[in-house]
Design a protein around this ligand. Structure first.
Ligand SMILES: Nc1ncnc2c1ncn2[C@@H]1O[C@H](COP(=O)(O)OP(=O)(O)OP(=O)(O)O)[C@@H](O)[C@H]1O
Ligand SMILES: [Mg+2]
Length: 192
């Protein structure tokens, strides 16, 4: 099996070939599917990243959450110990650029929430297996966070991000569901 670094590079290359019109169509389709899911409907507090292309667009999901009266919390990374904390976002102007063009909540404009308050966590990644195993961007931030997260988990992916196999390790915690532009994968059923 290929190592994580090779798969990451390959996937980034594949995704960079996705045209803007298709990126928009697929992202729109994925978000519409998400809005029909029970996990979405019943969640009051949604943990979600601020997407950066070629990740599935999350801006339209955040707007929809606000319109539906849901609370949106977004991650702030702490690189020293590779921890994440989630902070309430009520408007996009509360974001600032940190490294590599990633947007994060401004500390003086947002407040931190406790992990137990998050009902549904949309977990980012580069590649996934149908069993919900995930290859992230390499920081281990979400692996660490998931190890003490008790709520629902779900990932959003383009069809090309679903792969047969991924290197997995003891600390890997699969997500329960993956929504792609072509299907909804119930990973937790597959793992039973
Ligand atoms: N629960 C954990 N506790 C401590 N270290 C961990 C944990 N999970 C992962 N790590 C460490 O984090 C590093 C990166 O892990 P990995 O390559 O799986 O990242 P990733 O899944 O791509 O990133 P992310 O979780 O941010 O999406 C590894 O060195 C791994 O040992
Ligand atoms: Mg990992």
């Amino acid at each position: 099996m290929m190592d994580k670094k090779t798969i990451r590079n390959q996937m980034k290359k594949t995704l960079s070939g996705l045209s803007k019109p298709l990126y928009e169509d697929y992202s729109y389709k994925i978000s519409k599917t998400l809005f029909e899911e029970q996990e979405w409907k019943s969640a009051n507090v949604i943990g979600i990243t601020i997407s950066r292309p070629p990740e599935v667009d999350t801006y339209q999901i955040i707007r929809k959450a606000w319109e539906s009266g849901k609370k949106v919390v977004v991650p702030k990374c702490y690189p020293k110990d590779r921890q994440l904390s989630f902070r309430t976002l009520t408007e996009f102007s509360q974001l600032e650029t940190v490294y590599y063009g990633l947007y994060e909540p401004k500390l003086d404009k947002t407040t931190e929430i406790h992990i137990a308050e998050i009902d549904l966590l949309i977990v980012p990644g580069l590649a996934y297996t149908k069993e919900g195993y995930r290859l992230g961007f390499g920081g281990g931030y979400y692996d660490r966070f998931l190890s003490h997260f008790q709520g629902q988990t779900l990932s959003l992916a383009f069809g090309s991000q679903i792969v047969e196999k991924l290197p997995t390790e003891d600390y890997d915690i699969p997500v329960s569901k993956i929504i792609t532009n072509t299907e909804v994968i119930n990973s937790s059923w597959r793992n039973q």
